[in-house]
Write a protein that binds this ligand. Sequence first.
Ligand SMILES: [Mg+2]
Length: 452
Amino acid sequence: MTVAVDRRTAVATLAAGVWAGTRRGSKAAPAGRGLAVKSVERTTVRVPFREVPARNMDREIPHWRYSEVTTVELSNGVKGHGESMLYYSWGVTDDRDVQRVLRKNPVEAMWDDSLGAGLQTALFDAVAKSNDVPVHRLLGHRVHDRTPVAWWNIDTSTEDMVSECKTALAAGYTAYKTKGRPWFDVRAQIAAVRNALPESFHIAFDFNDTLLDADRGIPILKELAEAPQIHIWETPIFQKDVAGNLAIRKATPRVPVAMHYGNPPPAVVAKSGCCDGFVVGGGASRVLQQGRFAGQMKMPFWLQLVGTGITAAWSLHFGAVLTSATWPAVNCHQLYEHDLLADPIVVKEGTAAIPEAPGLGHAIDWNAVETYRVEKPASRPEPERLIETTWPDGRRLWTANTGRVNFMLKNARDGKMPYFEPGVDTRLVPDDGSPEWRRRYDRARREAFFEG
Ligand SMILES: [Mg+2]
């Protein structure tokens, strides 16, 4: 899907850039000179989850509702937009980041990943719009005209997983990424998906190393891999366990192993072949650097840039220029009731078109932003959550939020969580105001405990 450089647009770009600069700057100013960041505005929004994601996200990461929409205005009057998820982004823009770019040339500033997601994206959007080109023209040569996008959910019950897979399929998606967790019955999940979804619908399980080691993990992976829908294992065991990951690759050769880029170091991956591909995320400079390494290695990866539709639109542009961005991107905007876009990203047979309109190529729905606008929380909201995990023999494990983001993972890594047993189920227990609920919550906050 190689695309030739569009000469007409290239000429239009040059004209717009030069003339915009010349009209407002000094007479002899070269293109871009005289362009400066005039203002930066940030708006906090709390975007509701859809029903099924809400039920499941509320156990562990309810704070994913909070995002900050960032708007940059340049000296030419052009505005650009971006977004930082307040409690998840690889980098959140803060007041000092804003001070660092004011009155600066946006082109000089925009490759600095330390500005955070919202500000960096907004600068790219504004610079691209000022030059009448889509963002991907600033990132490199377009090599794909469509790019794969996955549907995402945190771990859910079997019923919720099947219903979300069906919703994804109906929305044009062909790939679903979720968590593989010892507190849900992964065998039952896959058996249900196998019956309910076509073979062409792909599932990626991210275990976040909860299979712990190859010896224990391989029998389970072999069982799951019998379902044709199983498509990728992400971080089945600790990524630094090179020998263990090699053993897993050998044991289930049909299913590639994905690892978050960087651990083990890329040189070790290249030499050992301990994974098949990568998860790539972060700022523009980092994403291009990692994506190009994968390209050189002829290893696939997926883009993991998470937020509402604003971030998803940003992600599409990286999908345009990186040859190896052939695994479906994880953008998570399907979680929300509204993606904040005026013209949503349309997925067809698993892929979305690369935007060709100037900037991000997807306009923001400002009515939606206004609807969900809230005061920025002083810190990450931590609603009280009591979680019950049950096994068919009557064992019950109680876990509560502890202020740590991955408080459920801690159970698995500490060996407290029984290992991927059949029939296990997990739910959020609503506070019914009873002394029993309070007692269990207070105790579980200190440490997860069994009480059958
Ligand atoms: Mg992961």
